[in-house]
Write a protein that binds this ligand. Structure first.
Ligand SMILES: [Zn+2]
Length: 309
């Protein structure tokens, strides 16, 4: 038995497979991303707390001698165990390595892959159908988000794509749909563009806000950030059925039919579900980057096809 394994055994450290499981669950709780393990990093303590490690277990050091330089090297046993766990997860392609993630996010982080998310969902008995609505990122989806955010805004833009999808394209388009959702809600800082509502679920795994397609998906609207808008559930519905639309200057136009709503409909107490959030001439809450604003061609389509029906 190696010196390290002896130490792990005598200190009753958790076994590697349990550490791997804990890393996956931790990643899931942190939306798919955790920092590289280093001294003083919260995540190192968080996973230690999960196992209820004692101070002795947390602070045990492994001493090795660098023969070449004839000096003593001390390394923290718990950090090594975490690193080995994550390393074998990377070999199984359940996480991306910090060196790979760095190229994508400019940060040295471990990140869940699509396969990793599927594995965690099984571990936690969460149905796969919920995946679409989770705010958990994967390495592959983050790649799509980056592409969506970086693409150059076209002057002439067609928000509709009627091309028939092959099977391969369908799988890709599922991921792209999640990429679209994350890119849009991130751009709007998780707020409804109309009312500004921002809230997530008590377990932090889901945001209330939705990524609405301006030209709807069922009518072949593209999964582009220029065809997207972050809206709360209520205002998403109101936009889809044409209770309001947006003008080219991003101000809100409310359907005149609202004046004819029967008494008692569309009210929050005294205030109404649209007008109470919209001041005359006021713009919606827009993303920080102008490049990611909805495209005029998408808005124009919505006015002509949904609003003026
Ligand atoms: Zn809203």
């Amino acid at each position: 038995m190696s010196y390290e394994s002896e130490m792990l055994k005598s200190l009753r450290m958790p076994v590697r497979s349990e550490v791997e499981k804990a890393i996956l669950i931790s990643l899931f709780k942190h939306n798919g991303i955790i920092k590289e393990f280093g001294i003083g990093e919260e995540i190192v303590d968080e996973i230690a707390n999960y196992f209820g490690l004692t101070d002795e277990q947390r602070s045990a050091y492994l001493e090795t001698i660098y023969r070449k330089e004839n000096r003593l090297k001390k390394s923290n046993l718990w950090h090594r165990l975490l690193f080995r766990g994550a390393d074998s997860l990377a070999k199984e392609e359940l996480v991306s390595r910090p060196t790979e993630t760095l190229r994508l996010t400019d940060k040295r982080e471990w990140m869940l892959t699509e396969k990793g998310i599927d594995t965690v969902l099984k571990l936690l008995n969460i149905p796969g159908s919920k995946k679409e609505f989770l705010s958990t990122k994967s390495y592959e989806v983050q790649k799509i988000v980056k592409k969506l955010n970086r693409s150059k805004r076209p002057n002439v833009y067609n928000p509709i794509d009627k091309e028939k999808k092959t099977r391969k394209k369908l799988i890709e388009s599922k991921m792209r749909k999640r990429g679209f959702r994350i890119a849009v809600i991130e751009a709007y800082n998780y707020k409804c563009a109309l009312c500004g509502m921002k809230i997530n679920s008590p377990d932090n795994l889901q945001w209330e806000v939705e990524a609405a397609h301006i030209v709807p998906h069922r009518l072949y609207g593209k999964d582009d950030i220029w065809n997207g808008l972050a809206l709360c559930h209520l205002h998403h519905w109101a936009f889809d059925v044409g209770w309001f639309t947006l003008l080219d200057n991003y101000s809100v136009q409310i359907s005149s039919k609202i004046d004819f709503l029967p008494h008692g409909l569309g009210k929050f107490g005294e205030s109404d579900f649209l007008r109470s959030f919209v001041k005359t001439e006021s713009k919606i809450f827009l993303p920080e980057e102008i490049e990611t604003y909805p495209h005029k061609n998408s808005l124009n389509w919505h006015r002509e096809n949904i609003f003026h029906q």
